[in-house]
Design a protein around this ligand. Structure first.
Ligand code: FE2
Length: 275
């Protein structure tokens, strides 16, 4: 394991969670309550995902062979990711600056904040924990098209101006986090934000939200809120579209989207925070 920078142990996340640091062998000694939380979340989601998640995710899940009764160790995830697509995880304290985020992705390292939600926050969490990152994203990172697209996004983001990054972030949101894909078996989920949330799993495939065929420029122009069930999802024809997109001029699309401007939000503005 890298990045076990000791001073980071004092960095609490915005919501008060503290990342657990690995020992000199790169392993984290997770307390019983955290292992129990992982177990509850995983059991619940495994049942929920049947017939709803894409086959590529299930293939990745099988390769990763995640333990059900305890929080997985990052080194075990890394072995599988590296052999599949050259990716690995990166242990981080909590939310990280945009620059670090893009830099890690560009180097095929997926940031994982090593804390897990408390039992009181099982259903709604304001920031991504290890369950979201590992269970939600890592199985898809064994898929070459998804892995390539995610690394491309990192490379582009690293070189982009702040204003361009905000647009890029929408593309990421509408694919890596909240993407759907059509398959011969029917419409399926591949976005990690949906996969790690029981409510969103049911909502995304219900007839409540809008589904639109994936169009990168449209996705770049679509505002989102992070604290609500999404009102709109973009649907890929096939996951290979993400690979094709990686070969295209995404920054050109960002500029086009900036010219055209944002779509009207399909949601009420977020309530103002009271101090
Ligand atoms: Fe995520």
């Amino acid at each position: 394991m890298t990045s076990s920078n000791p001073h980071l142990s004092d960095v609490a996340s915005k919501t008060g969670y503290r990342a657990r640091l690995p020992d000199e062998n790169g392993r984290i000694d997770w307390p019983e309550q955290d292992n129990a939380t992982w177990h509850t979340l995983m059991q619940r989601q495994l049942g929920m995902l049947e017939g709803r998640v894409c086959q590529e995710y299930l293939d990745g899940l099988e390769r990763l062979a995640l333990p059900e009764d305890r929080v997985p160790q990052l080194a075990d995830i890394d072995r599988v990711l590296q052999a599949s697509t050259g990716w690995q995880t990166a242990q981080v304290p909590a939310l990280i600056p945009f620059n670090t985020f893009f830099e890690l992705l560009a180097n095929r390292r997926f940031p994982v904040a090593t804390f897990i939600r408390t039992p009181e926050e099982l259903d709604y969490l304001k920031e991504p924990d290890i369950f979201h990152e590992i269970f939600g994203h890592c199985p898809m990172l064994t898929n070459p098209a998804f892995a390539e697209f995610t690394a491309t996004y990192g490379r582009l983001g690293l070189a982009a101006e702040p204003k361009e990054r905000v647009y890029l972030a929408r593309l990421y949101w509408m694919t890596v986090e909240f993407g759907l894909v059509d398959t011969p078996a029917g419409r399926r989920i591949y976005g990690g934000g949906i996969i790690s949330s029981p409510k969103e799993t049911l909502h995304a495939l219900s007839d409540v939200p809008e589904h639109l065929p994936f169009d990168p420029i449209e996705a770049l122009r679509t505002p989102y809120r992070i604290d609500i069930l999404q009102p709109l999802y973009y649907v890929l024809d096939d996951l290979s579209t993400l690979h094709e997109l990686s070969q295209q001029d995404i920054m050109g699309m960002v500029h086009k989207a900036m010219e055209l401007g944002l779509h009207e939000p399909r949601f009420e503005p977020a309530p103002k925070k009271t101090a």
